[in-house]
Design a protein. Structure first.
Length: 281
């Protein structure tokens, strides 16, 4: 197996286990490129958490922006697997470099630690990150069917919304809140109470409200699953994992501070394999 594929695959397996396992259901000839974009995507996402200085994070993001825009010979000199992945991606006509650059722009906003004001603002943030990388993947897999692409977008949004709840405890360690301010205000939860990390009924109601939005997006996507392009399954299968996480949230009574929320379920591989065989998600 190609050493570059192995290196980026292992990076994604460590930092993004959900997309890692979904990518295993993609055609072999496209897996290398999917692992390359996901490795870069997770590297960009990690930068705001590696430094408390926004300027330093901005410099690092600018470095990756310049790498995407650099000439092929310049990139090819690097031994970094993500850089080598960029080198190969830039040779792919289906790689949407502009969309990847837009993800870097959104990660620059992460450095400012802004809390979304509304659920709509949160959804826009997720579309510009999780949704954008999904479209990049669909392009590389040559999935052009509009219904499939829309379903994948809805799933990426649902996955992102549930991900916000699952990562709440982690984000608070870095003084970051992605739960919209409008929801905290509606249920009379101050930032101080939220940052205390102690569950109460108001916080459960906030968790339930966000989960409901995610569930409705999954339902919308699943209504069309019999007519969707099979080539999009590596992205569509995120719905199966999102469904598992929603069940977990409900079992824990929407306790967003429960450590078990951040742990992957042991049934992921079996559920995905079963659903893939029967073209379900």
């Amino acid at each position: 197996m190609d050493s570059l594929l192995i290196a980026n695959r292992d990076l994604v397996k460590k930092t993004d286990p959900d997309r890692y396992i979904c990518t295993l259901f993609a055609d072999r000839d496209v897996q290398e490129f999917l692992f390359a974009i996901y490795a870069l995507y997770n590297e960009l996402a990690a930068i705001p958490f590696r430094t408390q200085e926004a300027n330093l994070g901005g410099i690092r993001l600018q470095w990756w922006r310049e790498a995407l825009l650099a000439s092929k010979p310049e990139i090819n000199l690097s031994k970094d697997p993500i850089m080598q992945g960029i080198y190969k991606l830039n040779g792919q006509p289906k790689f949407n470099r502009e969309l990847m650059l837009s993800i870097i722009d959104e990660r620059e906003n992460d450095l400012l630690k802004r809390q979304p004001k509304t659920i709509e603002e949160l959804e826009k943030y997720i579309k510009n990150t999780s949704g954008a990388i999904t479209f990049i993947a669909l392009n590389l897999m040559d999935v052009t069917d509009e219904a499939t692409r829309q379903a994948c977008q809805d799933i990426a949004l649902a996955y992102g919304l549930i991900g916000v709840l699952r990562s709440t405890r982690f984000l608070l360690n870095y003084d970051r809140i992605l739960v919209p301010k409008s929801l905290l205000d509606r249920y009379e939860v101050s930032q101080e109470i939220f940052k205390n990390g102690k569950q109460n009924q108001s916080l459960r109601s906030i968790g339930a409200a966000i989960t409901e939005v995610g569930e409705s997006l999954l339902l919308k996507a699943r209504k069309t699953q019999q007519n969707l392009e099979r080539g999009g399954m590596p992205c569509l299968l995120l719905a199966s994992l999102t469904g598992l996480y929603i069940k977990q949230l409900k079992r824990l009574n929407y306790d967003v501070f429960d450590l078990r929320l951040s742990q992957p379920t042991n049934w992921r591989a079996w559920v995905l394999a079963f659903n893939y065989c029967f073209k379900k998600f």
